[in-house]
Ligand binder design. Structure first.
Ligand code: NAD
Ligand code: TYD
Length: 336
């Protein structure tokens, strides 16, 4: 099997590449990534010498380039992770989000159609269902109600991917995962930002009352679920992937402070995110029924391992926080 993985230098894509090359001796991977601020080849150091791995730098939103690459590499499947993945950045600057997430997905689908790629898997998010009142849980038929430019771009790209199944009979699957956490997570999202700030004794900015609820999924559990969908998923179907562990943000941050041994006084309340979704919750029953997958890593264990990783990889953190990170941080948090 040859996979063309997009966004394989990012947080989840790189975890998928590492896991797949470790556990699937029959799989060869071509990784297509633009290396935006979030893409980092250091995340792939352990596989870079593998004869089953190769890297191509490029933009998924350039149709001719993508078409030619797919024609050359002739993958058995495209596994599509590449995205502008951060809600706050999508609020500050929606244009690259729409371009990559919607138009980029279109270019990949079109290249797959023209080159008759046998399989296309689109990686999406539970954010497309919007905020759900307690005790609701979204299954795959729950209405879409995207709140941010990011979630709207993902909802649009999900529909586009499924339209290629309906119209062109392409073998397409879509997965919608809850909030991931784990090693190599770019420190702009809640968990890695709070861990890295706590380790540097910097303030931990809590949006609003901090009682917004997210369902946490360890990144390797997500990657195993995607592999299960690739192995056993049915074409034209959507599969939710949840961590079965819903927690208010404030509680997650307090757990990080307890693990790092830092004081609660580091937590500061800042102005809330516009359009902030209060609660995400989803059911992964369909995936479990279809493939037997369930999440394996309990949150306490995964969080402790993640904190340990950040403690042991301070050079990685320092490098990713250099460059444009500081100007993003100032833009997002200054005066909040
Ligand atoms: P990330 O931001 O860490 O990585 C994104 C990768 O895509 C980077 O390597 C970047 O260089 C690459 N990329 C961006 N624009 C590109 C372009 N135009 N062409 C080629 N490559 C480009 O993101 P992530 O957290 O690893 O998320 C991966 C996927 O999973 C995304 O589709 C995201 O929507 C989805 N997802 C993420 C989460 C989460 O909690 N992080 C949850 C559910 C779903
Ligand atoms: P985030 O990691 O950005 O993921 P998403 O918005 O895609 O769920 O945020 C997770 C939650 O943490 C969300 O409710 C917003 C909140 N949050 C903060 O309170 N402070 C922060 O600095 C960040 C980045 C997020």
């Amino acid at each position: 099997m040859k996979y063309l993985v997009t966004g394989g230098a990012g947080f989840i894509g790189s975890a998928f590449v590492r896991l797949c090359l470790r556990e699937r001796p029959d799989v060869e991977i071509v990784n297509l990534d633009k290396l935006t601020y979030a893409g980092n080849l250091e995340n792939l150091a352990e596989v870079s010498d593998s004869p089953r791995y190769s890297f191509v730098k490029g933009d998924i939103a350039e149709l001719d380039f993508v078409h030619n690459l797919v024609a050359e590499t002739k993958p058995d499947a495209i596994v599509h992770f590449a995205a502008e993945s951060h809600v706050d950045r999508s609020i500050l600057s929606p244009e690259p989000v729409i371009r990559t997430n919607f138009h980029g997905t279109f270019c990949l689908l079109e290249a797959a159609r023209r080159n008759q790629v046998p399989r296309f898997h689109h990686v999406s998010t539970d954010e497309v269902y919007g905020s759900l009142e307690e005790p609701l849980e979204a299954d795959e038929s729950y209405p879409l109600k995207a709140s941010s430019p990011y979630s709207a771009s993902k909802a649009g790209s999900d529909l586009l991917a499924l339209s290629y199944h309906t119209t062109y009979h392409m073998a397409v699957t879509v997965s919608r995962a809850s909030n991931n956490y784990g090693p190599y997570h770019f420190p702009e999202k809640l968990i890695p930002l709070m861990i890295s700030n706590a380790l540097e004794d910097k303030p931990l900015p809590i949006y609003g009352d901090g009682l917004q609820v997210r369902d946490w999924l360890y990144v390797d559990d997500h990657c195993r679920a995607i592999q299960a969908v690739l192995d056993k998923g049915r074409s034209g179907e959507i599969y939710n992937i949840g961590g079965s562990r819903s927690l208010p943000n404030r509680e997650v941050v307090e757990m990080i402070l307890a693990i790092t041994g830092k004081p609660k006084s580091l937590m500061v309340t800042v102005k809330d995110r516009p359009g902030h979704d209060r609660r995400y919750a989803l059911s992964s029953e369909k995936l479990t029924r279809a493939t037997g997958w369930t999440p394996l890593v309990p949150f306490e264990e995964g969080l402790a391992a993640t904190v340990r990783w950040y403690q042991e990889h301070r050079d990685w953190v320092a490098r990713v926080k250099s460059g444009e990170y500081q100007s993003y941080y100032d833009k997002n948090y200054a005066g909040r």
